[in-house]
Design a protein around this ligand. Sequence first.
Ligand SMILES: Nc1ncnc2c1ncn2[C@@H]1O[C@H](COP(=O)(O)OP(=O)(O)OP(=O)(O)O)[C@@H](O)[C@H]1O
Ligand SMILES: [Mg+2]
Length: 440
Amino acid sequence: MEINWGQWVMSDTQKASVGTDRMNVVWKEQDIINGHILLAGGSGAGKTFNIRKIVRAMVQSASQSIRVHVFDVHDDIDIEGCSEVFFSESSQFGLNPLKVDPNPHTGGVRKAIQNFISTINKTSRQLGDRQEAVLRALLTDLYAANGFYADRPDTWVLNDGVERKYPKKFPTVEDLYRLSSYKYKAMFVGGNNKTAAKLDKVNKHAIKMQRMAREETNIENNEKFDQLKEDAIHAYTDYVTAIKSGRELDELLKFDSKTTLKSVLDRIDNLKSSGIFRNIEPDFSEYNPVWRYRLKALSSDEKKMFVYFRLKELYDNAIKRGPQENIVEVIVIDEASMFMDQDPDNIISIMANEIRKFGTALVCASQAFTHFSLDFMGSTATKIILGIDELHWEKTSRQLQLDKKWLEWIIPQRTALIQMKRRVGPSDPTAKVKWFATKF
Ligand SMILES: Nc1ncnc2c1ncn2[C@@H]1O[C@H](COP(=O)(O)OP(=O)(O)OP(=O)(O)O)[C@@H](O)[C@H]1O
Ligand SMILES: [Mg+2]
């Protein structure tokens, strides 16, 4: 894979040492120590323009099939011929954040719950301690109800060999909402999920009959109503008969107070209606190398959750895929500062550090390097400065050990500074060049 950035603007000494006065600055996959690329540039400096160029060049020059995931928050990374999905409240496609990674070392139910909670906590509305504890208890029950147990790695797969009436599936946010609302209702009338579900059906049917009576349409026969009542009474009878320890009702106490449970229920309802959590996977074309996730219609909290959950999936898949010789997957994040923070467990930082071996490269763009953690910058072999605001000069110059005069030298959309950490022999006359002054 190769990307030709443009012409190298050489000093006289550089011209003499390479023996020519014209040379292009070319990024070569086989030389670079990792595929990660960071672009920094002020508004209009050409970040999106260069992202398009990178994606095009990578796809055209790849020696084997690759997949590029483009997270497009502004809806301006149009790449001809790509496969794209627009995500919004009314889109039928979404993600399931409650999938369990079956890896016995890195995955499991506890990690899935932790990932769900910590991602919600990265939004502008964090959960309180009590809400978090309640959500954890709800999720543990939800996973158990679906056949996933925290302390049994053999249950973390869909195909666990257990005979079931319905095939085993990962629970969804919709399921979480349903279970939580049953728990909430059970707090008022006692009982368990089953009694609450049956009682719910009786009440829903009663409402339906009332509406029919009001509208004077045919009143549905009462037989069904009687049957539903009968079912509910049976469920309660079973529940009462099954009481052994007398602590069954206390079970509900782990959900704290009604108020806390209600606040968690409201939060789950919000997540459910945000439109990013759906059971239907986005219908990207398997044969198209570029997948564009159009996220503009989502709120900034929704964008964050979407990107974090999807990155986590891509990370798990990469680990599953195992070590790779070449870059097989590229993840492009424009406006990456939206998703960066100082959390060492931030999925982007984790990926930057760990994912190279598994053939994934990250391409991130932002207004300045100061948005990225030092650790993250250190793990990125290619850095491109497209002209950054004076405001960031001081810090950038210090961080990158780069004379400020070079930052001043850049003309947005025309010149840039490019660093590429490469594995080239000492005889290569460009081996010692730290920053290539480049003319597009
Ligand atoms: N190297 C270049 N050659 C020609 N045109 C360029 C170049 N770089 C950028 N442009 C043009 O400049 C304009 C702004 O570029 P772009 O949208 O990529 O900026 P940006 O850094 O993504 O800005 P923003 O932060 O606002 O998203 C676009 O019309 C783009 O086509
Ligand atoms: Mg842009």
